[in-house]
Design a protein around this ligand. Structure first.
Ligand SMILES: [Zn+2]
Length: 417
């Protein structure tokens, strides 16, 4: 027997069920478990595992079933393209959800949602849940990047855009680490400028978050994604040196680097041209629907040591003001750091380093001097690469679904100290 709750509160859009139930329980001053028992049923007859029941929730919360199907993630009907959504819930725009009482609203947002364009607020990837969201009124290019990102979705589809934007971040992050000399117009100068606004020097222990570093590089990540996600550009790079040169010129233009030429080592663009451009976009590692917690009374929370990691990364950042490391080690980039065809490694940090290197024959290049020279040696692939996938693919691309388990991603990412 279930009874209708007296206070009628609708769910927020894209809200996960546990968040909605927690708010309802708070507003009615009742234990969460008591409410959960009223809106769930055993998964199968006699099963101790209970799952959310949309009809019971509609009755108890006094909401129409159609309203719940539009808003509550677990009850979405028709079901969304789950791979287009992150697998971790997060706080969306605080101002958009401010009118929903009873506690924080946790939402499941799509991979392409980084900014609330209406309130000009940075949302970013799932990160520090209780962190303040930066205002972007003084950084309009970050808001513009969100609009460009949405246009990319319409042109290339979810799969190509997901891979391309993360690869764009990966390239920016490596460049933020490696570049020592910046020239006027170099994006590197922009990243430092934005970081001074978002994480002012001297305030790192309070204001630092990896999410804010993503904000610093977001405009260039999207600008690079417009090339990386495009099949015609991928085909040009795979075709031979002329295409590679044209691509490098365009990449250089978008990063503000004059006469940019990809190098054999310490260059993530060269790595992508060698290893990835002729292979299908990498999909997310998992999705929210596939998690065992789906429809249950709990959800996967960010790892408990995340604030410790944040403080360690803040300390590193305060010394060097380079954001690449923290971005590369954030779980958001994992799908493009360890791809299905990546060289297997036991250690995640080695996998990160490999994403900026091309193949070097260890028998020919043994000494430190050799390796130093490679950092200024142009990378070129003289012959076209043959790829059935690249020859036959059409836009918009569909997700590349795995038939087997995802390869091991190596040891846990660890911040540099
Ligand atoms: Zn908003």
């Amino acid at each position: 027997m279930v009874s209708r709750l007296p206070i009628n509160v609708p769910p927020a859009s894209d809200e996960i069920a546990v968040s909605y139930l927690a708010r309802l329980a708070t507003l009615h001053d009742m234990p969460f478990d008591e409410l959960w028992a009223q809106v769930s049923r055993p998964r199968s007859k006699g099963s101790p595992t209970r799952r959310l029941d949309g009809d019971l929730l509609a009755t108890v919360a006094d909401q129409s079933r159609a309203q719940l199907a539009r808003t509550v993630v677990e009850l979405r009907d028709p079901e969304p393209d789950w791979l287009a959504f992150r697998h971790e819930p997060q706080r969306g725009c605080r101002r958009c959800t401010a009118r929903h009482p009873g506690g924080p609203v946790l939402q499941l947002l799509p991979h392409h949602r980084w900014v609330c364009t209406r309130h000009r607020a940075w949302i970013g990837p799932p990160d520090q849940e209780d962190h303040r969201q930066p205002d972007l009124h003084t950084l309009p290019e970050i808001v513009t990047a969100q609009h460009r990102h949405l246009r990319l979705i319409r042109r290339l589809g979810f799969a190509a855009t997901f891979d391309a934007v993360l690869t764009g971040f990966l390239i920016c992050a490596h460049r933020w680490n490696f570049a020592d000399l910046a020239f006027p117009g170099d994006a590197w100068i922009e990243w430092r400028r934005r970081a001074e606004l978002l994480i002012p020097p001297g305030t790192e222990s309070d204001t630092f978050s990896t999410s804010r570093l993503f904000a610093c590089t977001y405009p260039e990540a999207v600008a690079l994604a417009e090339l990386i996600g495009s099949l015609p550009w991928r085909r040009l790079v795979a075709a031979g040196p002329d295409g590679q040169r044209a691509f490098a010129i365009e990449i250089g233009r978008r990063l503000g680097v004059q006469d940019y030429r990809p190098a054999v080592i310490k260059d993530a663009v060269a790595h992508w041209m060698e290893q990835d451009c002729w292979r299908p976009p990498s999909p997310p590692n998992t999705d929210y629907r596939s998690l065992r917690t789906f429809g249950g009374p709990t959800f996967r929370k960010p790892s408990q040591d995340s604030d410790t990691k944040r403080r360690e990364s803040a300390l590193w950042f305060s010394r060097h003001r380079r954001g690449g490391d923290a971005i590369l080690r954030h779980r958001t980039l994992n799908p493009v750091v360890v791809r299905d065809w990546s060289h297997k490694t036991e250690v995640f940090n080695v996998a990160v380093e490999r994403t900026a290197h091309t193949y070097v024959d260890p028998r020919r290049h043994r000494t430190v001097k050799d390796l130093t020279a490679l950092a200024t040696t142009d990378w070129v692939r003289p012959d076209p690469i043959s790829s059935t996938w690249l020859n036959t693919a059409t836009e918009p691309l569909d997700w590349q679904r795995r038939t087997g388990p995802r390869p091991s991603t190596g040891g846990q990412p660890s911040p540099r100290k």
